[in-house]
Design a protein around this ligand. Structure first.
Ligand code: PMP
Length: 394
């Protein structure tokens, strides 16, 4: 129903089911890039002529839109970054650097693991991992034990697992974390494309956002920082547009968000991000949720009929993707074969090697859906999987 809004689907026959990696962009987002570069290309927050002012206004409009979109309380709480990876690295290397203990979940993407390793942390040595059961459910009891044993920890947890679609109950996790004096950051890379996020309702302290996984251009994202922590977050890079005054001995920084947005920003990307949010406001989450529910119902029924299929978790508390293997078949081979049939899914470890190792596998076949996918896409996927399976079994 919404494919008509996405030029990619007019230009390509590909059945696109790799939305967990990146989403397609609606025409309004693409047009905004051309419009900026062709009609008012100028830098923001510096010069004071017409196009520079327009660029600044459009850029700042996205901040207000994003603040409203996730129900932050102040514009200053929204800091633009390149994406979730930069958001997590920023907070890890500034605010969270000196915390004695960092607690993560078993289902983290590498971008919420490697920044902690770069600080010399390892399991039991400044880094703790909350275990999960055989269904990949977050172990709340273990989490509480870790919080008790490590008071005032920094908790950094993914909202939705990109590898298995598992949703973490962030409201409960954040409440528990706060009860033990911990501060909590959420990797929201896989949330906003599928459901409403309200940072005040979740009561999280930091929330990392990816533009390109939310129908916006690549190279743009944000970090929400709860107002009460803004003064304690140190800028991890400084330079142009971050300062109040500089002499050869000293510099004073501006207030948030500007002190955190060093150098020329991805201006077109941020403007495009605003258009993506406007588009999502037009589509509405209630429609997204009902479309995805129906598509997943059909997908689950059809996948279950395929011989030898192996899942690693049930579909309860799962959103955005299904991850599986076929007994005796290498997942990469399926990926190569169905690509020849114009079906795009991701095969591999999905940047989540630790959980793959825990499961004793190298990776999975991941089908990740967005609201523009439909029953026809599922039919084509299933047909391609059947053909690939029969070729590989011969
Ligand atoms: N965390 C998760 C859960 C992800 O799925 C991804 C992207 N695959 C990232 C972090 C990195 O996000 P970005 O591409 O915005 O840096």
């Amino acid at each position: 129903m919404f494919k008509k809004d996405f030029p990619y689907f007019q230009n390509s026959k590909t059945v696109y089911l790799d939305n967990g990696a990146t989403t397609q962009k609606p025409k309004s987002v693409i047009d905004s890039q051309v419009e900026y570069y062709e009609t008012y290309c100028a830098n923001t927050h510096r010069s004071n002529f017409g196009h520079a002012n327009k660029a600044t206004q459009e850029f700042e409009k996205t901040r207000v839109l994003l603040k409203e979109f996730i129900n932050a309380s102040k514009n200053e709480e929204i800091i633009f970054t390149k994406g979730v990876t930069e958001s997590l690295n920023f907070i890890a290397s500034s605010f969270a650097k000196d915390f004695k203990t960092v607690i993560i979940s078993s289902l983290e993407h590498h971008s919420n693991i490697t920044p902690w390793h770069m600080q010399g942390r390892s399991l039991g040595n400044g880094l703790e991992v909350v275990s999960c059961n055989d269904n990949l459910d977050f172990d709340l009891e273990h989490f509480e034990e870790l919080l008790k044993a490590n008071p005032n920890a920094f908790v950094s947890i993914t909202h939705v697992s990109n590898a298995f679609g598992k949703i973490h109950d962030i409201k409960t996790i954040a409440k528990l974390a706060h009860e033990y004096g911990a501060i909590i950051m959420i990797d929201g890379a896989q949330s906003l494309a599928h459901f409403k996020v309200d940072v005040q309702d979740l009561d999280v302290d930091f929330f990392a956002i990816s533009g390109h996984k939310t129908f916006a251009p690549t190279g743009v994202g944000a970090i929400y920082v709860k107002e009460k922590y803004l003064k304690d977050v140190k800028a991890y890079q400084t330079g142009g547009a971050t300062i109040q005054e500089v002499d050869y001995n000293h510099s004073t920084l501006l207030d948030s968000p500007y002190k955190f947005e060093a150098g020329t920003q991805n201006i077109a990307g941020v403007i495009g991000f605003g258009k993506a949010l406007e588009y999502l406001n037009y589509v509405k989450y209630e429609n997204i949720e009902s479309i995805e529910k129906n598509v997943f119902k059909f997908l689950d029924e059809e996948l279950a009929k395929l011989p030898g299929i192996v899942f690693y978790n049930d579909t309860k508390d799962c959103i955005g993707s299904r991850s599986f293997n076929f007994e005796g078949i290498v997942h990469d081979d399926i990926g190569i074969l169905i690509d020849k049939m114009n079906v795009a899914v991701r095969v591999g470890h999905h940047c989540a090697q630790p959980i793959m190792k825990k499961l004793g596998i190298r990776g999975t076949i991941r089908v990740s859906v967005a609201f523009y996918n439909d029953y026809v896409d599922v039919d084509k996927l299933i047909e391609a999987l059947k053909k690939a399976l029969s070729m590989l079994k011969d």
